[in-house]
Design a protein around this ligand. Structure first.
Ligand code: URA
Length: 436
């Protein structure tokens, strides 16, 4: 068998054998198949799709391509949480300490920003001193000791995904259900949790634009988890506009801290409480009123413990002014009055990236202080001359460069209702509508 046989097979719309898929994954992980052949195969998959059986074999082979964590020494049912990627999505920074405070052991492996979407590791690095690279034994010891650790994948985990993801990003093959599903679930399976909660983002700021496509992805993710004996639940949530108000690393940490202190944007709080309650259920931890944890300091206290354990300055939880701040803050004003009809998540993300908040390559440096804060969200009224957003920039010239783009991301119309955030809940038994 050769890579060329597999490219031809998929190009012609045929299904691969298990053996063929394992050959490809091992060739990707060990570097024995050249990038141009892997990229051609990815495009064939993007155009021709994969059967459920192929996607399952691909996922398991990718998960087994490197180190797999054994979390069995941590007492309790471990639940992982993962978002498929969005704009302003700081929910992990809220949900993880919230549920850890309520007794769910959180052993979370997170990723970095890539393309227009943000990454939890970069956000955490906005906290002075915070270390995201933990050796596996320290990661496990920390979860045993304080109930929570958030770290980056070690270099030897899921090497096949590292190779394939970078090629997908460079070959316009990210938006494929089998490729996203295998990428996400191979990492979740290798990370060793007993149950998995997924937040599948749908809309302009996500990798998947429509609800039907998000349903197909959520179903594929849940099927893969269930087949691997991990109870898996997926929520489909709106990503037409950014989540919450802040987009940009330190700005998002500040908003997460405010939310953990019970003073965050209502929609971010609602999403965090819903996902948190689902994680409690998946962990088999007695149901508690999680909202109380946001007002009595327990959730914020757990974030402070996490920060201290990973070398960061926990005083940021009391004084977010200790986070990096951009020197220039410039409002973007509405030219007409009306209701906000849309606040395009992709355009806002790209403006944030142009300010330096994101990256094109995994190793490119980012500016942790810069970003955009939305002063208005869809459904809000705005008067002419009122701020739509505030740009946080390194220089006045940087702010000027993106000001028109940020303004154009907002559409002001006659009247518009707020967007519904929670759209679907997908389990092994089916799809439940949450927006009806
Ligand atoms: N997140 C991942 O880890 N992989 C994808 O393909 C898309 C989002």
């Amino acid at each position: 068998m050769t890579a060329l046989d597999l490219i031809r097979e998929k190009r012609d719309g045929q299904a691969h054998t298990d053996e063929g898929i394992r050959f490809l994954v091992s060739g990707a992980a060990r570097g024995t198949i050249p990038d141009y052949q892997l990229a051609a195969w990815l495009m064939a998959v993007r155009l021709r799709g994969m059967t459920d059986a192929e996607t399952s074999t691909l996922t398991l082979a990718m998960a087994a391509s490197g180190r797999q964590l054994d979390l069995s020494s941590i007492p309790g049912r471990k639940v992982d949480k993962h978002s498929t990627g969005g704009v302003g999505d700081k929910a992990t920074l809220v949900v993880a300490p919230l549920v850890a405070a309520a007794g769910v052991p959180v052993a979370k492996i997170s990723g970095r920003a890539l393309g227009h979407s943000g990454g939890t590791l970069d956000k955490l690095e906005a906290i002075p001193g915070f270390q995201v690279d933990l050796p596996v034994d320290r990661f496990i010891e920390q979860v045993r000791r304080i109930g929570i650790a958030i770290a980056g994948q070690t270099a030897d985990m899921v090497p096949a995904d590292r190779v394939l993801y970078a090629l997908r990003d460079a070959s316009a093959t990210v938006d494929s259900v089998p490729l996203i599903a295998s990428s996400v679930m191979s990492k979740k399976l290798a990370a060793g949790a007993d149950a998995i909660l997924l937040d599948v983002k749908a809309g302009r700021g996500a990798f998947i634009a429509t609800i039907p496509e998000a349903e197909a992805l959520a179903r594929a993710l849940v099927t893969l988890g269930t087949q691997a004996n991990r109870e898996t639940v997926a929520y489909i949530t709106d990503m037409e506009q950014p989540l919450g108000r802040a987009v940009g690393n330190a700005l998002e940490v500040k908003e997460a801290i405010e939310t953990l202190a019970g003073r965050g944007p209502a929609e971010l709080e609602a999403l965090s409480l819903r996902l948190g309650a689902e994680m409690l259920r998946l962990a088999g931890v007695p149901r508690v009123e999680l909202k109380r944890y946001l007002t009595d300091g327990r959730a914020l206290g757990k974030l402070a413990e996490l920060i201290a354990a990973q070398g960061g300055d926990p005083r940021v939880t009391e004084n977010p002014g200790l986070l990096p701040t951009a020197p220039v803050q410039r409002p973007v004003l509405a030219s007409t009055a009306g209701s906000i009809a849309s606040a395009d998540a992709l355009e806002i993300a790209l403006a944030g990236k142009a300010l330096g908040a994101g990256r094109d390559r995994k190793d490119a440096p980012i500016d942790l202080a810069v970003g955009i804060v939305l002063e208005k969200k869809v459904g809000d009224r705005v008067a002419a001359g009122e701020p739509l957003a505030t740009i946080h920039a390194r220089t006045a010239a940087d702010a000027t460069n993106v000001a028109d783009r940020v303004a154009a991301a907002f559409r002001v119309g006659g009247s518009a209702a707020p967007r519904v955030l929670l759209l679907r809940r997908v389990t092994a038994s089916g799809i439940e509508r949450l927006d009806a």
